[in-house]
Design a protein around this ligand. Sequence first.
Ligand code: MOS
Length: 743
Amino acid sequence: SLIGTLLGREETRSLTMDQPRPHSLLDQGTQGVIGRPLDRIEGPLKVSGQATYAAEYPTDNLAYGVLVRAPFGSGTIRDVVADAARSVPGVIDVVTDYPTFIRNPQQGGEMKAPTQGVEKVDYHGEIVAIVVADTFEAAREGAALVHVDAQPANGAYVFAAHRDQAETPPPDQIPPTTSQGDVDAAMAAAAVTVDATYTTPSQTSAAMEPHASIAHWQDDGTLVLHGSYQMVASDQSQLAGALGVAKDKVRIISRYVGGGFGSKLGIAPESVAAAVAAKKLGRPVKVAMARQQVFDATVRRSNTEQRIRLGAGPDGRLTAIAHETLATNLPGEDFFEPAGIGTHFAYAADNRLVDHKLVRLNWLLAGSMRAPGEAVGMLALEAAMDELAEKLNLDPIELRRRNEPDQDPEKQVPFSSRQLVPCMEKGAELFGWSDRHAAPASDRRGEWWHGIGMAAAVRSNMLQKSSARVELTPEGRAIVATDMTDIGTGSYTILAQIAAETLGLPLDRVEVQLGDGAAPPSAGSGGSWGAGSAGSSVYLACELLREKLARAMDTAPESMTLKDGRAIADNRAVEIGELVGDGLSALGEIAPGKQEKSFNQASYGAHFAEVKVNAVTGEVRVERMLGVFAAGRILNQKTARSQCLGGMTFGIGAALTEELVHDPRNGKVVNRDLGEYHVPVNADVPQIDVHFLDERDIHANPIHAKGIGELGISGAGAAIANAIYNATGVRVRDYPITCDKLL
Ligand code: MOS
């Protein structure tokens, strides 16, 4: 049609967040779907087995690869002896010129294609070869027969033995050190002080779906890789780099991801292995990591040692706050767990110090895990605040209220929005905080000590460059396409809600296609930026489509209403499908701008926990938890709540059970399955309540939503630790708080 010809050229609406965006179409929606607690639109596919995960794509002529791990902690490989493996019936090849896997380039760095096989091994479990066979069973048998002949080296396997050689990591995105005023002098002058050191162990993400890839080289030299990844565009670029091919020669497809929590931010060894083997064999190869390989050879959260110093006047006002941390990583790796990141702006104090140092250990690569920084940093800071409240004989909420900064205390810029105090107050009311016995160990019922604790949650909000295409079809449907992923978070659903609300379409007329690297690139799912970034790109495309529809209606966008699939203006109502000719599409692109520098953007919350501790055995049971959060617009009350429930459950694990144990002889992860690494199970998770405060953040992005995926874990474990102290009077500073430490 003429209109289609006139309007059909795809245009792009780009927005860089240099200015606040006070107006949002989502506040005037006619469909009433935004924010509603709708079920996940892909949920039925998942529970009926129809959602195809990476390892499940039917592929003709598929060969199976099994990874071979270094059975020592550090050394030089002399030879990979594979004769026995090669003689196993069904084994096709043992690929020993597997590229030196440059570990897990989690921070988005480029990877380089190496020229030969692995020579130097830095950690137990590092991948050194792949056995490929016609069947999985033959490949596994072959892998067990590969002998790695190595010249061992002296590795660094014990944190305590090397902690004194900590070094300052190179400044990357996060400066390792910031300092202001004179903490030492302020501590010496303070009426009340806390100087305490907390430790947290290595942890693992333990995503339900283990890492898996199917690599299939096409006739045109393009690699199609079905993988389980969080950030498709940057993962494609990393994989291309590792393989030494052009970026546009790699297409990753991750339509469904069974959890990531950071472990799938960067590519993991199985994708490189599958691609290298598939190329060599000239046939598609699948590599699915076993659970133990995920523990051994992907990524861990670093253990930390954190010294917190707080100095306060008799009124509880902080004069000094210092957070000095040690984290660990492999030689040559720059990533450090930024445990002090929330401390930059959580509380006011004139004299401040945040410092991160790195200890080099031959343990598995350390990288991002859910809320890198805050998740473990607030286990220390928020416990120290509780210790200070106790010394001051001040209510923990009142202590935090008295130290509420009126602007970012380091950068001297305003907060875009900050509702920490309202979160605490609402939580206190909902949880019954006033019933708490302020004196520790004062509520014993039979064998059990009871206690209540709270902690604040802060988590920085980030916006990342992200794009999406939205197409309106002649049938009056919308198709949203972006390489954004849904890692269990609800991306499919919230993007559909944004498109439905802004285009005036019933939700079932919106189709969302995610996780395909052939679609417009997004920032993916990481750092809690997924909903805000991908959601804004979809929003901008829809905003542009509305303007085009208004033009087709010969009216101004403000004078037109889109509702239930029709455009309404000047007493006319026209089916949207009739306005778009052969179809109409628009690209939306969002990018961070000056608003990120002009404002401190973060989301906030308050955690409350009630525990009981057995006086005889030291067993801790979490009785109930409440999280109250403020994170801008909540796009879907149900998926947002589920994110917070999951984060708070991680908090239970961090407080009570989760700990990767490294063998002091070789750094090997000893407890490398879910039987030995204890994540909270149903019996450990009590009734958890989640409450959101109403909020819009006009500085964050055009949809006014902030990150929520990592807010729920931040501070959750500290609320439990503080409740345990309140119950027992025992302060355990070495996480996890297991029974032995309480007796
Ligand atoms: Mo997150 S640790 O950026 O997946």
